[in-house]
Design a protein around this ligand. Structure first.
Ligand code: ZN
Length: 231
């Protein structure tokens, strides 16, 4: 049976628990503010940003673990293109400025900033937005961005034995000339079709937007190119 003092002790501890929960929850609640829209984030260094994402202090980074979990499922064949590539859960500064919103994914070989300068610490990064995580599109968005990395790092200076006058990149891009679409974006989407392992509907933004389909032959050629150029 509760005595008055026991009841008081119980209420005190309950109050303390509620207070503690509020203290723990509040900083996380503040994390809901989109950080990239906050001007101070534009000046934050990559090292700071990196600490922030791993420390879950800003919105971008809350899903860092999930992004890295998916990164660990990238097919082995594509991994040679990712030497030293870092994956960041966030909104890439330059892309965000260009689009006026957070892109689902960005591959940045050179470290571009929102003021059009390059050579920043985040060169060789792939950025995956929280929106991509929330909508379950991370595996496909990751493959699309890894596709850009493969094109940049492996296909530029690689040649098919019987077509050595043009690089693999140039030859492959020819197969993706279509309407007003950027062939490099269609080629990056082809990586999703060629290397995705899940059975859900594929997220191929550029294929869908431009009503493009890659033939079996082209996908075969892409897989062969990855095999050839990653050796
Ligand atoms: Zn792209």
């Amino acid at each position: 049976m509760f005595t008055a003092s026991k009841l008081l002790a119980f209420l005190t501890s309950l109050f303390a628990t509620v207070l503690l929960t509020l203290i723990i929850v509040t900083p996380r609640g503040e994390a809901d503010t989109p950080s990239i829209g906050n001007p101070s984030v534009d000046t934050v260094g990559f090292r700071l940003l990196h600490e922030a994402v791993s420390g879950h202090q800003i919105i971008d980074g809350r899903h860092q673990k999930e992004v890295l979990r998916v990164v660990n499922t990238i097919p082995e064949a594509l991994q040679p293109a990712l030497k030293g590539t870092e994956f960041v859960n966030g909104c890439h500064p330059w892309t965000t400025k260009e689009l006026g919103s957070c892109a689902l994914g960005t591959y940045d070989a050179e470290g571009w900033d929102s003021d059009d300068t390059r050579g920043h610490e985040w060169a060789n990064t792939i950025w995956i937005s929280s929106q991509a995580v929330r909508t379950g599109k991370v595996p496909d968005v990751v493959l699309h961005e890894v596709g850009h990395a493969v094109i940049h790092n492996l296909f530029d200076d690689c040649y098919f034995p019987k077509q050595a006058e043009k690089s693999v990149k140039e030859l492959l891009l020819r197969s993706f000339v279509h309407g007003g679409a950027d062939p490099a974006e269609l080629l990056a989407d082809a990586f999703v079709v060629a290397f995705s392992v899940h059975s859900d509907d594929l997220h191929t933004h550029y294929f869908d937007d431009f009503n493009f389909k890659a033939s079996k032959e082209v996908l075969l050629k892409l897989r062969a190119a990855v095999w050839l150029c990653s050796k």
